[in-house]
Design a protein around this ligand. Structure first.
Ligand code: SF4
Length: 453
């Protein structure tokens, strides 16, 4: 009998969470590679909104799903960790009941190993809970912890997680260290030696219901923004053959009737005429009834007339532009990615291609060290004047980024010792007047949205 490897996508513990095409891509890449190497894999997705063991209960209403596969998660209010007790907001566990998790766990007969992924650094309680439950039920099974938290905070993970192995590397890169550990744990395991990036396709077929598929035309990012960990997490920047990407889309559309595809690229439009445009032209040529979304945002500087037209015609429904701020000095400080006038030009081109204002969301950063609320207010007003919709992105301090040191020095919390304080919902680098004005900034955004409905 084939050995079974258990894969776990843990719960989110947070003040808020929403499924905006969020899937554990690294874990799903691992799953398909393990299957290809002859192992049996069993996925427990704690964020599965369609989990067969979940029914509506007095405390958990069935999650509301919205357009294009996005929507809410199962949610259960829980006490805040003691360290967050000063925050006056409810805190919740997002995902399935732990009892459903335990039933799933019980059905896996002695797995050879358990691989638990992690995402945001401040979501580590979910990964720890999963590890604890695995250890209770299968005390002899080695548990490996990987993913973003494990990569950014490996020492914290080693000290507190109870995992037998902490693997600080995003799993789509399949680090040699993981090979070695698995080969030690599973006797006679013959892992495929050469692993090509982007293949085999992430195992979305393991999900209970495929509402959408996340795709990548590239890994990493050629830019170096002061607040972002992409260059640390995913070096080097790799582009993929656009027609191979098309084949992946076709595969999910043809075999699983998937219509919604979310790009996970950090720099989707780089060298667009040789990459994304080739892909989109193929989508148009084959006349597929599919839709695309780019929750990560796209680069303003790369939007020209051809790109804007192709995005619209090929079925992009959700455009997000990364503006960050309208303050030129702050743009320089963060790592400038577009020139003066390019934002207005990009919005005008997208509109003349056919997009409505309410389809054009613009990410703005709020809560950076040293940033004033007036700067944010000016940026919101500017986006409204240009005719797009502002989306506030609350700054989360991330270890190994250029801005980390300033964040640690500015924060009202001890960021360096406690990842729970990296949570963007608490705006850890703002205090006093700035924090008091968050409500009015959100009201400005709501007003612009209302006008463009
Ligand atoms: S913020 Fe975006 S553009 Fe900047 S480094 Fe990160 S992924 Fe790249």
């Amino acid at each position: 009998m084939k050995p079974t490897v258990l894969l776990v996508n843990p719960w989110i513990y947070d003040f808020a969470a929403y499924d905006l095409w969020a899937k554990p891509m690294g874990l799903l890449y691992l799953a398909s590679r393990l299957r290809e190497s002859g192992l049996s894999v069993y996925l427990i997705d704690c964020l599965d909104v369609h989990h067969p063991l979940m029914g509506e209960t007095a405390y958990a209403k069935k999650p509301l799903r919205r357009l294009y596969g996005t929507g809410k998660y199962w949610k259960h209010r829980v006490p805040k960790p003691q360290k967050l007790s000063s925050i006056q907001r409810p805190y919740s566990r997002y995902g399935i009941d732990p009892q459903a998790f335990q039933k799933d766990l019980k059905s896996v007969k002695r797995p050879a190993a358990a691989l638990v992924t992690s995402l945001m650094t401040y979501w580590y309680p979910g990964a720890f809970e999963a590890i604890g439950l695995i250890k209770d039920m299968h005390p002899d099974v080695p548990v490996l912890l990987g993913g973003i938290y494990a990569t950014l905070c490996p020492e914290h993970a080693r000290t507190h997680s109870q995992a037998d192995f902490v693997i600080p590397s995003p799993s789509q890169y399949w680090p040699a260290k993981l090979d070695n550990i698995l080969q030690t744990i599973i006797p006679n395991l013959q892992l495929k030696k050469k692993v090509e990036p982007f293949t085999p396709y992430p195992a979305f077929d393991l999900l209970t219901n495929i509402e959408y598929v996340c795709i990548s035309g590239s890994f990493g990012c050629p830019f170096r923004c002061a607040y972002c960990a992409s260059p640390y997490l995913s070096p080097p920047f790799l582009k993929r053959d656009p027609l191979a990407l098309f084949e992946e889309v076709l595969y999910w559309h043809k075999h699983y009737r998937v219509r919604d595809f979310a790009f996970y690229d950090d720099a989707l439009l780089t060298d667009s005429h040789r990459h994304i445009c080739v892909f989109l032209e193929e989508v148009l040529r084959r006349n597929l009834d599919i839709r695309f979304h780019c929750p990560n945002g796209i680069h303003i500087t790369y939007i020209d007339r051809d790109v804007a037209k192709l995005l619209f015609k090929a079925g992009f429904k959700t455009i997000r532009l990364g503006l960050e701020t309208s303050d030129p000095q702050l743009q320089d400080h963060l790592g400038r990615k577009f020139a003066t006038g390019e934002f207005e030009r990009a919005v005008a081109l997208l509109k003349s291609a056919g997009f409505r204002s309410d389809q054009l969301g613009v990410y703005l950063l709020m809560g950076l060290p040293g940033q004033s609320y007036e700067q944010v207010a000016k940026t919101i007003a500017y986006v409204g004047q240009v005719g797009a919709i502002p989306y506030l992105s609350e700054y989360s301090p991330i270890p190994h980024t250029e801005l980390w040191k300033a964040a640690v020095e500015t924060s009202r919390f001890d960021l360096a010792s406690e990842p729970l304080f990296h949570n963007n919902s608490i705006l850890p680098c703002w205090s006093g007047e700035a924090l008091e004005n968050v409500g009015s900034l959100k009201a400005m955004v709501r007003e612009i949205r209302e006008k463009n409905r």
